[in-house]
Design a protein around this ligand. Sequence first.
Ligand SMILES: [Zn+2]
Length: 355
Amino acid sequence: MDIYVRASWLLIAALISVLFAPRIQDVAPGLGGLAYVAGLAFAVLLYLSVLLHELSHALAAKGFGMPVRSVTLHFLGGVTEIEGEPPTPWREFVVAVVGPLTSLALGGLAYLAIDPAPEGLLTFVVEGLAIANIVVGVLNLVPGLPLDGGRVLRAVVWWLTRRPHFATTVAGWSGRVVAILALVTPMLLGAFTSIEPHLFDYFLAGVIGLFLWEGASQALLGAKIRRKLPGLHARTIARRAIGVERDLPLAEAMRRAEAEQAGGIVVLETDGTPSGVVVESAVSATPEERRPWVNVGAVSRPVKPGLLLEADLSGEALLLAMQATPSSEYVLVEPDGQIYGVLATADVDAAFAAV
Ligand SMILES: [Zn+2]
């Protein structure tokens, strides 16, 4: 599992340092310019708690045997990338809820440490950590995607209705409502309370609202895609393929393919195992008059293990297999090793658009 820190994080860390330095100078007047360093250290502590939040998602997923790709910290917090979707509502619920619970627990611990901490800088830091973690924990429980609470809502609707895609749609739309609420909160506060929102509040609400709207829309799009996925079968999308030897002239290979109405050409070793697959773009880049003089091997890509796919793959498993080894062509094989045909990525895209 990889852990990344986006450059945008530095910007916010610097902002936190600048915003908090004057308050740090208040509680620890002896620090002088070091207050900025203390502010930066405070920012690092804040992001360490975000990291713990994300790691709890990652560990829960790993505990269920789901591969975790990466944990990334960015300016608005963090994101844990888990491969595939949790297979049951219960797993979805647990993986989602441990994050906010971790933040609330960290906030609670920091809160308990406020009194015993010596007056001054340490109290300030502990207090800040308590408030920040409790706010992160509570806000993340708001029930709308892409927030953790949205995934909790999705798990509950999924469990109640047994319809995972419907549950995503509900949580996605709920996320859009939350996004709009985030956007208009400063206006509502200004209109109905005595609080006077600053320009910065409008800006912050705008950034957060857009971020949430984007995330919710992406979740809705994902649900739409997943609904269509079961209709994708490698076997029905594949082109018939002919097998030829590596040093056959391309023109002759194309003539044979046309005669057999095959849309793919696979390079075979003398023992019949596939060692290459002809790349369509390389063929079209070869002028017609050159084709009698070019070997099939010269316009083919070597078949690595990832380019050999089972002919029975379908749906999400098919897409995951293609993602693992990106290529424009794959060779489909039967369980006994026989070649079934060539799967072109362009054909999968077209089939997907047509479902
Ligand atoms: Zn989370």
